[in-house]
Ligand binder design. Sequence first.
Ligand code: FCB
Length: 458
Amino acid sequence: MTVVDRDPPAPTDLPAVARGDFPASFVWGCSTSSYQIEGAVHEGGRGESIWDRFCATPGRIRDGSSGAVACDHYHRWPQDLDLALDMGVGAYRFSIAWPRILPTGRGAVNEAGLDFYSRLVDGMLERGLQPWATLYHWDLPQALQDAGGWAARETVDAFVAYADIVTRRLGDRVKHWITHNEPWCAAFLGHLEGCHAPGLRDPAMAMQVCHHLLVSHGLAVPVIRARSPQAQVGITLSLHPQMPASDSAADAAAVVRHDGLRNRWWLDPLAGRGYPADAWALLGDQAPQVREGDLQAIAVPTDFLGINYYFPECVADAPGEGALQLRVVPRTGVPRTAFGWEISPQGMVDLLTRVHRDYAPGPIYLTENGSTFDDVVLPDGRIVDAERRSYLARHLAAAREAIARGVPLEGYFAWSLLDNFEWAEGYVRRFGLTHVDFTTQQRRLKASGEWFAQFLRR
Ligand code: FCB
């Protein structure tokens, strides 16, 4: 956080964008996830998750922190729902911590965990906030990891049983369900790069995890539908538009390869096309084991596709590297967030247009979009995060543009309601529209949050 003595100059690149530019039925929301905000990891009968274990391993988290307290949302949720309400959103996307429901991943149900989410959902409904629940936002029960984690087929069955238990209890009130959040991250960051829990580096395992995540999605959807009639059910993918580092044929080919695992590996099987043949061929003996019926299961029809959009990727050829090696190179001369992520609202338009054109998945929701910057504070305590406000406004204009091009985009969820535990970056990266003082747990709306509230009110 940087303290300054006067308001920074207003951004000059703010597009004119208004809520009225969007259809009246457009869903406006904000997103969070359980491990990033809840804290209370030893309360209410919650079991250990892979993120508790990962954070306890020295050197894994940049500032040595964990989600043990995070935003203390487990105790402060009424205030947090009030914040969402005051911001003017109509929907709140949250995730359910599997180890709160089933402390060892399967078997005995922890009623206190179900009660917590039941109260949370009632709290949303009382405030007129539409609950959007994600079943898996990366906090796998550690006991399941000890038994092989997502690389083990049994975890698929455990996920379906967990989905059944949760939707039996909440399915009468939650009408929007997301099976998985960003399976690419869970599989690749957790099992190939090792920078997320469970911190493994095994290419073949990472590919098996991808497959099991997708199968568990496919098998859970009919169960959710049975328990939560009239619900809309979907999955959320992190997708990235790809561009070549040069106009060479080698870089163009590298883009196709990279796109194969980043985007098509997920979109193709969900659309009923099986895994992309070019990506499969490159994997050789790292390709996953696929059982009969798996591809049909993955291709189960859904009601919407959730897309988390953050940044485009620039890809260069890297001869001699394995099929799974990332070949992303930073582009020079482009604006970036403090994370180093390229800022490209146009990339969002291109991505949405492409997904709709190539896959026509039906309604699309942007289930996450947001930015991290070094927040600037005035002596009176106001947080004037001009860059985040500009990021938000420009991406809302991009959403409008995508709709104008015919994309059935039906909602936008800002990441995030609160500053929170940003995984391997700990508390170093702040994505919130609301500032959280992690010593006092005081919440303060940032200028970006005020801007969004005004946008939504008008
Ligand atoms: C996404 C995650 C989310 C958050 C944002 C910044 O990949 O889904 O939990 O960390 O990035």
